[in-house]
Design a protein around this ligand. Structure first.
Ligand code: HEM
Length: 237
């Protein structure tokens, strides 16, 4: 049976990657495009109830979906016949670009969004029990929002480069020097991530964080980032 061969194992990894990837990114889009704008219109008691009863469930699927997406991605890599050849090609550069974005997104989920949301949920529980809201909850919500918006932005080029690895990138070996490409990409993506982490002048509203104020602007900047990364990829490889 084909499924017990190396290609079968790779296909199982891809299948798992699709299932867990849509779970994670589907919920990411739900949070950004549906929940954030809806919660802004909720009355306070309704919002508190939703934060206690709906958000924890959504975050459970979200964060474990993120972990499983990462693990199934590693599974696909390990199922390659020659990992050295795999990375040393335009295909490898495409997938490494996707992985760079994916690993940052994964870290945002587990190191920023989830800890911040735990503070928000605990505060809602206190309010529901008749107590005062935790003053740390609003800043935590803001930290989670910036990381979540940045993940939405990154998901746009990520999906292109994930798909391009097998369906678009040439497969021949490349002699090109990859260093200039990676320096520009890491600086660009690094600046966007530093901005998400409040390292470029804090978390508050401001001109350099304007693209995170609305999901519409975030999506536009996501496509701009895709265009820049795509042109760089074509130029260097
Ligand atoms: C978190 C880190 C991630 C890692 C390490 C990773 C790794 C990989 C690898 C190794 C491949 C195979 C590329 C190839 O065809 O040679 C792949 C493909 C793919 N990944 Fe990811 N990935 C990650 C995140 C994501 C996310 C968040 C999504 C969004 C849904 C995603 C969607 C895809 C898709 C659609 C493909 C194309 C599969 C195909 O062509 O059959 N990945 N990924």
């Amino acid at each position: 049976m084909e499924i017990f061969t190396r290609t079968g194992a790779e296909m199982l990894g891809r299948w798992g990657h699709y299932l867990t990837g849509i779970t994670w990114i589907g919920l990411l889009y739900y949070f950004n495009f549906v929940q954030v704008p809806s919660f802004a219109q909720f009355e306070a008691p309704g919002r508190t109830e939703a934060i206690r009863k709906l958000v924890p469930r959504a975050l459970w699927w979200f964060r474990w979906g993120a972990l499983m997406t990462l693990l199934t991605g590693i599974w696909i890599i390990l199922a390659q016949p020659d990992i050295g050849d795999y990375f040393d090609s335009p295909r490898g550069v495409a997938i490494s670009t996707g992985i760079l974005l994916g690993v940052i997104m994964f870290t945002n989920v587990w190191a920023v969004i989830w800890p911040a949301q735990k503070t928000v949920i605990a505060s809602a529980e206190r309010v529901a029990g008749g107590g005062e809201a935790d003053p740390a909850a609003a800043p935590a919500g803001r930290r989670a929002l910036l990381a979540s918006r940045t993940n939405t932005l990154f998901s746009i080029p990520l999906l292109f480069f994930m798909g391009a690895a097998s369906h678009f990138a040439p497969v021949f070996d490349t002699e090109s020097n990859q260093a200039p490409y990676w320096i520009i990409v890491v600086v660009l993506v690094g600046l966007l991530e530093l901005n998400a982490l409040g390292r470029l002048g804090g978390y508050g509203p401001g001109p350099i964080r304007k693209y995170m104020d609305s999901h519409r602007d975030t999506i536009i900047v996501g496509f701009v980032l895709w265009a820049v990364l795509y042109v760089l990829w074509e130029l260097f490889f």
